[in-house]
Design a protein. Structure first.
Ligand SMILES: [Zn+2]
Length: 308
């Protein structure tokens, strides 16, 4: 099956700092790994700039205004201990959100069934009023709201990044027709993401301990899928973070996954998407900080997306 690949060169110009792990080379590693795969049929698609109205599906007007009127000079503006805005970041952040929004709209128009958005900055930690953890806009949450506006009644996000997608969850808590199903390591920054008895039915978290085996991770992930299936989404969006890879420097000594484990998780998501959502999946890059592991994991993920 064809996979639409949404990306844009502007996203190389988000430069949080030479020391920063969320660096432009990440995007190059992903794109090069995908382009080197002769067996993949990728349909290249330009990531458009998200409009203010799209960003404001999730973020209050005042937040969007504050971010878009920043004017960083030589030094990046620091938004939180980990999150910086350089001169090129505003276009990059709008392209990152715009990619996922456009991928969902193209899916709604029936032009694509599978899409992968190779984007940065990532989005799943950005809360409506707070940039956080390398994330400026809440890319997949914005896309989920845009998907609803485009005619999909119920949208599920499956998040397999090693960190909890606190931003996506914060948005979805008020929207019972949006499901957030997420696996993360605990304990781990940002500290949230343990299942709570008070969680509404559309918020489903599962945690793995530091040092868990790949088999334990799979067993835990597998338990999320019947809940996504029962929710019966019309579209599945994936927050595809690859920092649970055993070589990842941020998840260091955390999880034990290999590229093939991400392909396995992708197939589990596809099974639900085929049964409930006519196979429609939009995936968006979140974390993953070892360049080689990131490239190989993204490739395994996209290859699985193409399996049909
Ligand atoms: Zn992460």
């Amino acid at each position: 099956m064809d996979v639409a690949l949404y990306t844009h060169a502007d996203m190389f110009d988000h430069r949080p700092g030479d020391w920063h792990p969320e660096r432009p080379e990440r995007l190059a590693a992903v794109i090069e790994a995908l382009e080197d795969a002769a067996d993949l049929c990728l349909i290249p698609a330009d990531a458009p700039l998200a409009e203010r109205g799209d960003l404001e599906l999730v973020h209050p007007h005042a937040y969007v205004e504050r971010i878009l009127t920043l004017s960083p000079g030589r030094d990046a503006v620091q938004l939180d201990p980990d999150t910086y805005v350089s001169a090129g970041s505003l276009l990059a952040a709008r392209r990152a959100a715009g990619a996922v929004v456009e991928a969902t709209r193209a899916t709604a128009r029936g032009e694509a069934t599978r899409s992968f958005c190779a984007v940065r900055p990532p989005g799943h930690h950005a809360e409506p009023e707070t940039a956080m953890g390398f994330c400026i806009f809440s890319n997949v949450a914005i896309a989920a709201r845009a998907a609803q506006a485009a005619g999909f009644r119920k949208v599920a996000v499956v998040d397999f990044d090693i960190h909890h997608g606190n931003g996506t969850e914060a948005v979805f808590r008020g929207h019972p027709e949006l499901m957030f199903a997420s696996i993360q390591q605990h304990p781990m920054w940002p500290g949230s993401g343990r299942p709570q008895a008070s969680d509404p039915p559309n918020i489903v978290n599962a945690v793995v301990a530091p040092g868990a085996s790949a088999a334990e991770w799979r067993k835990t992930f597998e338990r999320l899928m019947p809940k996504v299936d029962a929710f019966a989404p019309d579209l599945v969006i994936v927050s595809a973070g690859f920092d649970a890879h055993r070589r990842d420097p941020i998840g260091a000594a955390g999880q034990s996954l290999e590229a093939e484990d991400f392909a396995w998780a992708t197939r589990a998501i596809l099974e639900v998407a085929r049964a409930r959502a006519k196979g429609r999946v939009v995936s968006s890059l979140e974390g993953g900080y070892d360049l080689e592991a990131l490239g190989q994991s993204a490739l395994a993920h996209v290859r699985a997306l193409a399996e049909g």
